[in-house]
Write a protein that binds this ligand. Structure first.
Ligand code: GTP
Ligand code: MG
Length: 223
């Protein structure tokens, strides 16, 4: 289904009859997209400021790369349906915390915690939820530090608080997660238990390598 027919189908489900209501629902989704994009931009700008400040002070950048994405209207509707929530822009704002997603890839494990702390210390950012999958890896072996933060967005006539999901991880954790994610997409059937075990073992090996790299960095830093 192309994007336009998807929008029209979705809107028809929500407001089947009146033209003005169709337009209103469409406009609400546009506003939603703008709001979450603005929140993501704010967070990315802040992260880049930390990165360049750190580079200036310590001649080393903690951030290897930043990616961001806004959930498409299609995935928003799919997730609302899957979780049994009403389908509207308002419902999406209430129930979905990952409409705006940012992935920060760092060099060292230590950088992850430093960035997470700096973000949470910003007085106008509120931390809603933290999931530390580095200390508590997922059964799959997945590691990453997840935060949901509430970010202020100043619009022309109002100030809004918008949730942004941030995943902070090292290059090593990102390498594993990217390949593992692709493997799950590749196989139509589920991954056999023996291979799952192997993937988890590899995640453990990678985590150990990460700590050893950190250790070398610390030792060189102390010379
Ligand atoms: P959702 O409803 O999927 O958002 O679940 P949740 O809110 O409990 O989020 P969770 O903390 O599980 O993190 C979701 C995101 O983390 C996913 O969209 C992935 O990007 C990433 N993630 C979580 N588990 C895995 C995993 O086992 N492998 C990989 N590659 N990524 C994972
Ligand atoms: Mg999520």
């Amino acid at each position: 289904m192309d994007e336009q027919s998807f929008y029209l189908n979705t809107i028809e489900q929500v407001v089947p009859h009146r033209h003005e209501e169709v337009m209103a629902a469409f406009y609400e989704f546009l506003e939603l997209e703008h709001l979450y994009e603005s929140a993501a931009e704010t967070v990315k700008t802040q992260l880049n400021i930390y990165d360049s400040e750190f580079g200036m002070k310590f001649q080393r950048n903690p951030i290897h790369g930043i990616e961001s994405r806004i959930k498409s209207p299609q995935s928003i509707v799919e997730k609302l349906q899957r979780k049994g929530f009403p389908i509207s822009a308002k419902s999406a704002q209430e129930h979905l915390m990952d409409i705006a997603g940012i992935r920060v890839v760092c060099y060292y494990v230590e950088d992850i915690y430093a960035l997470a702390e700096m973000l949470s210390l910003r007085s106008d950012i509120r931390v809603l939820k933290v999931k530390d999958y580095i200390i508590n890896p997922k059964p799959s072996g997945y590691r990453s530090y997840h935060m949901i933060i509430m970010v202020p967005v100043h619009l022309s006539t109002s100030r809004r608080e918008v949730p942004v999901e941030i995943q902070i991880r090292t290059i090593a954790m990102d390498f594993w997660a990217a390949l593992e994610h692709q493997l799950h997409y590749k196989t139509k059937a589920s991954v056999p238990p023996a291979l799952k075990d192997e993937l988890r073992e590899l995640a453990d090996t990678i985590a150990e390598t990460d700590l050893r790299m950190q250790d070398i960095y610390d030792q060189i830093n102390d010379l």
